[in-house]
Design a protein around this ligand. Structure first.
Ligand code: DGL
Length: 254
């Protein structure tokens, strides 16, 4: 059975993990969250790169992964080259789904909702340059939304106004046209999808890359994993803080 390590700064990577597990239920999983340093959106590049290499290095000492999935845009847009240099197994990243959004838009106005880190990356600028010619792209760096998603998943109260304030800049009107496609370029945001839909000032297509990442993982592993594999979770800040959430998602701890 393949062993798949799914990594994020916190609980957001669970949106990607869910999609992968649906396609490959027989694989053995380690869900690894560097929640001690959450949110990644606020970290500088050097700290982020060395921290991700350290945390993944520790985890792979006793979990011999066949594939590592960086289920975090903020990390992927920065650390994929360093990880690919350090490991000979496939490394699958999660990067802003600008290409499918540019292909899908009818109004020609798309928004990329992400962390402040992700919107500032050269990688993101290159995706826009290569795949969104002729499309007006609005980059929205949200400082708070990943944290709000974590709180909501833990069952804490998160007000409509708090969410509305974070997504408002995504909705642009220009010469009679309106944004019709919003890229969820942080894996935490699909955790709030129902509320994003309900609070949007008008209907848009929200693009969640998780199913595409899952297809990619299956493709790079090149095999069917049948049956039911094991799932473990490890949090750098300690398991206790997140135990209710993880158990409610049917996961188990190391
Ligand atoms: N889930 C992460 C992403 O996809 C970021 C959240 C954070 O700021 O740590 O970008």
């Amino acid at each position: 059975m393949p062993r798949i390590l799914v990594f994020d700064s916190g609980l957001g990577g669970l949106t990607v993990f869910r999609a992968i597990r649906q396609l490959l239920p027989g694989a053995d999983y380690l869900y690894l969250a560097d929640d001690a340093r959450f949110p990644y959106g606020a970290l500088g590049p050097e700290e982020l790169i060395s921290g991700v290499l350290d945390v993944i290095g520790d985890a792979t000492r006793d979990f011999a992964a066949d594939c590592i999935v960086i289920a975090c845009n903020t990390a992927s847009t920065l650390v994929l080259p360093a990880l690919r240099a350090a490991y000979s197994i496939p490394i699958v990243g999660t990067v802003p789904a600008i290409k499918p959004a540019a292909a899908a838009t009818r109004s020609g106005l798309i928004s990329v909702l992400a962390t402040p880190g992700t919107v500032s990356r050269d990688y993101t600028a290159e995706l826009i340059r290569d795949f969104a010619q002729g499309v007006k792209v609005t980059l929205v760096g949200s400082k708070a939304l990943a944290g709000l998603a974590e709180r909501a998943l833990r069952g804490e109260m998160v007000s409509d106004d708090a969410i509305r304030a974070e997504i408002a800049p995504c909705f642009v009107e220009c010469e009679g046209r309106r944004t019709d496609t919003v890229v969820l370029a942080c894996t935490h945001y699909p955790l709030l999808l129902d509320r994003l839909r309900a609070l949007a000032p008008w209907t848009v297509e929200w693009i969640d890359p998780a199913p595409a990442i899952a297809r990619r993982v299956k493709q790079v592993l090149g095999l069917e994993a049948k049956g039911r594999g094991t799932v473990r979770a490890r949090f750098t800040a300690g398991a206790i803080r997140n135990s209710d959430v993880i158990e409610s998602l049917g996961l188990q701890f190391d």
